[in-house]
Design a protein around this ligand. Structure first.
Ligand SMILES: *Cc1c(COP(=O)(O)O)cnc(C)c1O
Length: 402
C-alpha cells in the first residue's frame, strides 16, 4: 500500500507496509529468512554507506519482512519511520545509547517497566550518564529536575504497573524548552491509545511483545518517530549494537498488528467490564483502570487517551492477603493464566508486592514512594484483560476471590 494514501484504521492495519510479493504475486507477505542479499554492483560494507535507497545487503542492516512490520507500525503510530528491534528492552537501550553520551543527563520516570528502571539506574551511571528518576505525574518535579545537560526525557504512560499517567504534552513542552528530546514508553497504551504526534513526543517506544504482536508468541521492540533520529538509531542500535529483530518474529508480530484496531476495542470493553465488577467486589479495596471514572487522573485520561487499553490493577488487603490470594489464583483459576507479560489475547495476572519492587527495581523514598503507594498500597494484582468473554474472566476472578 502506498504510505501516503489516507485510509481508515483497519485498512491501514491490514495493508500498511505490505505489497503482494513481487516475484510470485503471493497475497500474504513471504518471510524473508535470508541473512545476505545478492549484489548487482560493487559496493561498500559500512553503516556509513547506508542511504534511504540502499539495496538490501545484509539482514542486520535491513530485511524486507522487518521493513514490512516497521512500515505497519509507523502507519499505525502516525510517524514517518520506525525501527524494530529484538525486544522492548533492546528498544529502550537503543534510545538511551543513541541519544545519551558521557556527561549527559537524562530524566527517567521513577515508575516504569522494571527492566527500564534497572537499566537507567544501574547501567547508565556506569557509562558516565547522570540519571534523575522523577515522578512524571508531578510537573513541578519534572521542571525542577531539568539541567543544561539534560538530553533525553523518558516518560512512560500509563506507567507499569500502577497505571499512573504522565501529562505528555506538558512534559514535551518542558523537555523541548530545555533542549531535550522527549521519548515515551507507550507499551500499555499500544500505538492506538494516544495521538503521540499531537502530544509532541519525539520518539515513541513499544514492547511489541505486548499489544502489537498480541498473541504471546514473539518477543520484539520498536521505536517510532521522525526519519532522521530513527535512521541514527538504525545505524547505532541495529547495525552496530546488533539488536535486530528476527524476520520470523517480524512476520508473526505483523500478522498480529493487522488486527490491532479490533483487538484494542475488545481489550477496552473487556477491561471496563472486569474493572467495574472488581470495583463492586467487597474484598477489593481499590481498582485502578484508566477507563473508570474513579481513576485518580480521570481528566487527563479523557484529554490524552482515545483507547484505555486492557490493563487493570487492583488491591486486596495487605501483603499477607495479597500473597495468599495469589496462591489461590494459581490453584483455582481455569481461564486466566498466572503469568507475567501483557497485551495478549489470553488474560494474564501477576501479584506485585510494593516492598519487593522498591528493593529491586524502583528504590523510591519520600514523596515518590508515597505517590507510588497512593496507587498500589502494599501491592497490586496487575491484570492484563485478554480477549476472552468478560463473563468467563469474571467467573474466574470470583472463584479466586471467594
Ligand atoms: C514488557 C515491557 C518492556 C520490555 O519489553 P520486552 O519486549 O519484554 O523486552 C518495556 N516497557 C514496558 C512498559 C513493558 O511492558
Amino acid at each position: 500500500m502506498k504510505r501516503n494514501t489516507p485510509t481508515g484504521l483497519m485498512t491501514t492495519a491490514i495493508h500498511a507496509g505490505e505489497t503482494p510479493d513481487v516475484g510470485t504475486g503471493a497475497s500474504s507477505p513471504p518471510i524473508h529468512m535470508s541473512s545476505a542479499y545478492v549484489s548487482h554492483e560493487v559496493s561498500g560494507f559500512s553503516a556509513h554507506d547506508l542511504t534511504d535507497d540502499s539495496p538490501y545487503c545484509y539482514t542486520r542492516w535491513a530485511n524486507p519482512t522487518v521493513a514490512m512490520l516497521e512500515g505497519k507500525i509507523a502507519a499505525l503510530q502516525g510517524t514517518e519511520a520506525c525501527l524494530a528491534l529484538a525486544s522492548g528492552m533492546a528498544a529502550a537501550a537503543a534510545l538511551f545509547f543513541t541519544f545519551l553520551s558521557k556527561g549527559d543527563h537524562a530524566l527517567v520516570s521513577d515508575v516504569s517497566y522494571a527492566g527500564v528502571a534497572e537499566l537507567a539506574r544501574d547501567t547508565l551511571p556506569r557509562m558516565g550518564i547522570e540519571v534523575t528518576a522523577v515522578d512524571f505525574s508531578n510537573l513541578d518535579a519534572v521542571a525542577a529536575a531539568l539541567r543544561p545537560n539534560t538530553k533525553l526525557v523518558h516518560s512512560e504512560s500509563p506507567a507499569n504497573p500502577i497505571l499512573r499517567l504522565t501529562d505528555l504534552s506538558a512534559v514535551s513542552r518542558l523537555a523541548h524548552d530545555a533542549g531535550a528530546l522527549h521519548s515515551t514508553d507507550a507499551t500499555f497504551a499500544s500505538p492506538l491509545g494516544m495521538d503521540t504526534a499531537a502530544l509532541g513526543i519525539d520518539l515513541v517506544m513499544h514492547s511489541i511483545t505486548k499489544y502489537v504482536g498480541g498473541h504471546g508468541d514473539a518477543v520484539g521492540g520498536a521505536v517510532a518517530g521522525r526519519a532522521d533520529p530513527i535512521k541514527q538509531m538504525r545505524v547505532e542500535a541495529g547495525i552496530h549494537h546488533g539488536g535486530i529483530l528476527s524476520p520470523f518474529n517480524a512476520w508473526l508480530i505483523a500478522r498480529g498488528a493487522s488486527t490491532l484496531p479490533l483487538r484494542m476495542k475488545a481489550h477496552q470493553a473487556g477491561a471496563l467490564a472486569v474493572a467495574e465488577w472488581l470495583e463492586s467486589h467487597p474484598k477489593v479495596t481499590q481498582v485502578v483502570y484508566p477507563g473508570l471514572a474513579s481513576h485518580p487522573q480521570a481528566d487527563l485520561v479523557r484529554r490524552q487517551m482515545s483507547n484505555t487499553s486492557g490493563m487493570v490493577s487492583f488491591q486486596v488487603g495487605g501483603v499477607a492477603t495479597g500473597e495468599a490470594l495469589a496462591q489461590q489464583m494459581i490453584d483455582r483459576m481455569e481461564v486466566i493464566h498466572y503469568a507475567v507479560s501483557l497485551g495478549h489475547h489470553r488474560s494474564l495476572i501477576f501479584w506485585m508486592e510494593t516492598e519487593a519492587l522498591m528493593n529491586t527495581s524502583f528504590r523510591l523514598e519520600g514523596a515518590q514512594r508515597d505517590s507510588y503507594r497512593a496507587f498500589a498500597g502494599d501491592g497490586i494484582f496487575r491484570l492484563s484483560v485478554g480477549l476472552e468473554d468478560a463473563e468467563d474472566l469474571i467467573a474466574d476472578l470470583d472463584r479466586a476471590l471467594s
